[in-house]
Each structure stands twice: as structure tokens, then as C-alpha cells.
Design a binder for this molecule. Structure first.
Ligand code: TRP
Length: 331
């Protein structure tokens, strides 16, 4: 029996190389492993909570799907779908709501953060909380439990949500008999933090120091030439403990990495080091950029892939719903 691996992708903004090495590349590697059956989806139901503009939600959903496909998600290996096109998610959400205590939801970090913010501002504690935010962990449990998921690849920030999905699965199984696989999180150590172009140790949109995956060649060149370096002279030996070298390492083979470390020690100029980094990254990203441009020009191809993914997802989802309804006495 293959293990089911499932993860949701929030359709927010531009993807950068930190996202690529942190989530997308590990996701592709899991999908290429024959031991796993992978389900990846664009979490547009979850995004409703943050994105209130209709066109933005549509654009971001398409953008995210096109991006993951361009990075190499193979829709034959992965059931790749749009969450809201699998309405069984919302049915399970309701069923699970009835075995979930409010106390469990009260402990969710995202909810608590909003309450604390309101209290700090002297507002009513729930002033910033809608039910979409409050119920977020139950919807996420529905995503996970619907597909008999064993492993949920996520970042550290989502760990509590997977814990809650486990609690909800166990509560249901205890009350109604074994129905759901109890999932566990899969937090990849991965490559660690990806440095930003400003030399900070984390690339992040909020730090404004990102390299977008699909930057044009000119944009990429400009971003790389602006990476912060120290003031050592062109012929002086350079330390490899810098953003420039750490970025190089991510894209390089062992041999390239060793050869570049040698050039640093021998005193490569920062200008040459940047030119080498540009070439390496550009070679790596350009096939992805081409695919991305293709999908942008052919949105119907992306929509067709998502539609097929949703069909395949629904076939499994319907079986799970049938089981849950029977267990609860609805049918
Ligand atoms: N909440 C996740 C995030 O913010 C996205 C998500 C939604 C998800 N449903 C999921 C992740 C199910 C894993 C499994 O990133």
C-alpha cells in the first residue's frame, strides 16, 4: 500500500527561490518517490479568509497553479487540484465540526494572535475574528482526512494544524469507530534558511529581499548585482560565509561548489562572483521560466489540468464521505 502524502498551497503572491527550495522542490521529490501517492492542491477556500477581492483570488489561484506546474509538478504523478472544486471538503468540514471542541479551536495560534492584537488595541477580543479564521483548522483537517492522508509536508508554522487534524481524527474514530487514517506532519529540514539579497539570513517577501522564481533574465541580473557584499578589494580572498556564496551553493553541483570555493579563496572579484551566480541561477531557472510563460499564455491548459485533478480527487473524496456518513448514522 502506498502512503498518501497531501499538502495545501495558499494562493498568495509571488513565489521566490526560498519557496522553491523550501516547499516546491521537496514536493516534487516526494511526488517522484514511487512509495507515495501525492495530492497537492491550491487552498482557495482557506484563502477566502485573507483575500477579499474576487479578481485577486482568481488571479492568485491561477498564478499558483501555473507556477507549481512550471516548476515541474507532474499532474500524472500528482493529483493536482483546486480545493473548492472538491465540495466534499466542505461536507466533511461540517461532519468534523461536530466532534471538535471549541476549546481545541481556542488554542489555535492564528486565532489567539488575533485576540491578543485586539486586546492590545483595547478592542473587543473577537473584533478581528471571522468564523473562517476560527474554523480554519477544521477545514484543514477535512482536507487531510478526506484522502486517507498519512503524511502532510508543511512548514513549522503549520505544525499545530496537523496536530489538530490528528486530534479530530482520533475523536471521530473513538466516537464512531475507525474511519480516518491519523495523519502526521512531515517537516523537512531541507536546505535551511535561504539568504535574502540584502544579506539577511532569511529570504522573505516581508523583508523585501526576494528573488522571484520567474523573474525575467534582466530582473534576475539586476537583483543579483544588488546583492550585498563586504568591502574587500577585487583581488583579496573572499569569505564563503556570505549570501552570494550561500545562494550559489543552492543551485550548484558538488564540483561547481568546490571550484567556486577555491576561486573565493584565490580572490575572485565580487563582480565576477556575481556574474557566475547569475549564470548558474539563470541556467537553472530558464526552463522553468519558459514553461511558466507557456502556461500564462495558455490558461486553458492549466484549467484543464486542475479540472482533471479535481475529478480524480472527488472519486476518492466521495468514498470517504460515504464512510463518514454511514458511521455517523446519516445514511
Ligand atoms: N494552512 C496551510 C498554509 O497556510 C495551507 C493548507 C490548507 C494545508 N490545507 C492544508 C496544508 C492541508 C497542508 C494540508 O500553508
Amino acid at each position: 500500500m502506498k502512503q498518501v502524502v497531501l499538502t495545501g498551497i495558499k494562493p498568495t503572491g509571488i513565489l521566490h527561490i526560498g519557496n522553491y527550495f523550501g516547499a516546491i522542490k521537496p514536493g516534487i521529490e516526494l511526488a517522484n518517490n514511487p512509495d507515495y501517492d501525492c495530492y497537492y492542491f491550491i487552498a482557495d477556500y482557506h484563502a477566502l479568509n485573507i483575500i477579499k477581492d474576487k479578481q485577486t483570488l482568481k488571479d492568485n489561484t491561477f498564478e499558483m497553479a501555473a507556477s507549481w506546474l512550471a516548476c515541474g509538478i507532474d499532474p500524472k504523478r500528482v493529483v493536482f487540484y483546486q480545493q473548492s472544486k472538491v465540495p466534499e471538503v466542505t461536507e466533511l468540514n461540517w461532519l468534523l465540526s461536530n466532534v471538535t471542541s471549541k476549546g481545541l479551536m481556542n488554542r489555535a495560534h492564528a486565532y489567539k494572535a488575533m485576540v491578543e492584537k485586539a486586546e492590545a488595541n483595547g478592542d473587543d477580543p473577537d473584533a478581528y475574528v471571522n468564523m473562517g479564521l476560527f474554523n480554519y483548522p477544521i477545514l484543514m483537517a477535512a482536507d487531510i482526512l478526506l484522502f486517507n492522508t498519512k503524511l502532510v509536508p508543511i512548514g513549522q508554522d503549520q505544525k499545530q494544524h496537523v496536530e489538530m487534524a490528528r486530534d479530530i481524527a482520533k475523536a471521530f474514530n473513538k466516537r464512531y469507530g475507525y474511519t480516518f487514517v491519523v495523519p502526521q506532519d512531515l517537516i523537512s529540514e531541507g536546505v535551511g534558511l535561504i539568504p535574502g539579497t540584502d544579506g539577511q539570513n532569511k529570504m522573505s517577501k516581508s523583508h523585501n529581499n526576494i528573488i522571484p522564481i520567474f523573474a525575467t533574465e534582466q530582473e534576475l541580473k539586476k537583483l543579483i548585482s544588488a546583492i550585498k557584499t563586504d568591502s574587500s578589494l577585487p583581488t583579496e580572498p573572499k569569505s564563503t560565509d556570505c549570501a552570494l556564496f550561500n545562494l550559489y551553493k543552492l543551485f550548484a553541483t558538488e564540483e561547481q561548489r568546490a571550484a567556486m570555493a577555491k576561486r573565493y579563496a584565490e580572490g575572485i572579484s565580487w563582480a565576477d562572483a556575481k556574474a557566475a551566480l547569475f549564470e548558474l541561477i539563470n541556467n537553472y531557472l530558464s526552463p522553468m521560466r519558459e514553461k511558466y510563460n507557456y502556461y500564462k499564455a495558455h490558461p486553458e491548459v492549466v484549467k484543464q489540468i486542475l479540472a482533471e485533478g479535481s475529478q480524480r480527487a472527488r472519486a476518492v473524496a466521495k468514498e470517504t464521505i460515504k464512510r463518514a456518513r454511514l458511521a455517523m448514522g446519516l445514511d
